[in-house]
Design a protein around this ligand. Sequence first.
Ligand SMILES: Cc1cc2nc3c(=O)[nH]c(=O)nc-3n(C[C@H](O)[C@H](O)[C@H](O)COP(=O)(O)OP(=O)(O)OC[C@H]3O[C@@H](n4cnc5c(N)ncnc54)[C@H](O)[C@@H]3O)c2cc1C
Length: 380
Amino acid sequence: MQKICIIGDGMSGLIAAAILGQENIKIDLYSSKEKKIKSKKDNRTTAISENNYKYLLNKFNLQSSKFFWPSKEVNLFYENDNQIKNFLNLKEQNENLMYIFKNNQFIRIIDRIILKNKKIKIVKKKIDKVDFSNGSILVKKQKFNYDLIVLCTGINSDLYKKITINRNIEKNYKEVAITTTIKHRSDIKNARQYFLNEGPLAILPFSNNSFSVVWSIDATFFDENYKIIRNVLKSKIQTILEKIKISSIDNIHSYPLYLNLKTNYFKKNVLILGDGLHTVHPMAGQGFNLVIRDVKKLSELISRTVKLGILISNSNILKDFFNSRKPENNILGLGVNLTNMFFKNNKYFSPFRNILLENVKNFDFVKKLSKQISNKGISI
Ligand SMILES: Cc1cc2nc3c(=O)[nH]c(=O)nc-3n(C[C@H](O)[C@H](O)[C@H](O)COP(=O)(O)OP(=O)(O)OC[C@H]3O[C@@H](n4cnc5c(N)ncnc54)[C@H](O)[C@@H]3O)c2cc1C
């Protein structure tokens, strides 16, 4: 049986192991030691599209979908002259628009699926070196060979260096995403996005009485208000959700924001996957959605190759993966970047932004297009 290794145990590494583990191959999943502490601290939630939700449910034969919270609609608002205006309502007649889950809960479920799979071995070791010449990894001076090596080691990893010799599409947003969970006694069941003067703020409900918040703000604004950020957020939430009755606000976590789209995806039989391949602004909740579509494509390619009895290392899998996934990853990453710029005060967009937003609800094709892209991605 052919053997691959997946390095990294963030959500990308885990979902890749769980999905690829259904193919006729063996997997070594290299998981960093400090994982338990890290996952406990991740208070984020993730929103995935209906299409990706159905794919995961079907792949893992999950009968109960109770840990995915469906959002039937998404309302978009913007701030102008100290007023909050609703400029778009996205709704699907017979489907939900997105499903929201708590990262920690999701990780626990995927962990269980992986542990049950006898073809997957979990190795608790940090990988120091990948030898590209013969497709092996170095663990404590010992070499291990694989048919395919998948690097899911996040945005900053030295392991990518030999793959990413060309210039990548990179930007430091100089923004920070602050996240927390808010418990309340009000009626907030669907997702909302507010484009505020300070930056975009997403409300992602995951039960009748709690939602998570992702607020992307300028790094300088964050630094200046660091000590009072909880009160700043609370008063903002009370302004945008006038009647909210807040019961509690969890600890606030912060994430520096970058755009990073790799121009090379692989070298020999070593592939990058996850945030290392594409880190996008969290405003539109697309990062992990792209990862799921990447893994889906990779598993289709591996399945076909293995069934034909071809060695993964002798095949065109990585080239085919690159050709089919790079256009969508780049278009979506850059599209989200452009949307972020559109809502910031700048000389290009500010003069006509308000006129456009006041009229956008009259253009049905805009609604249709945004729903289609966020659900199914871009088919090229
Ligand atoms: C604030 C915020 C909100 C978001 N919201 C959404 C959303 O709503 N919807 C959505 O689709 N996406 C969202 N995303 C994106 C999503 O969180 C990421 O795409 C997802 O977490 C995947 O990360 P990853 O596993 O690729 O990287 P990471 O989480 O960084 O994981 C990398 C892992 O590799 C391990 N590692 C690193 N080096 C080594 C080594 N040498 N050896 C062994 N292990 C190693 C690390 O310890 C780590 O566990 C959001 C992102 C942010 C920042």
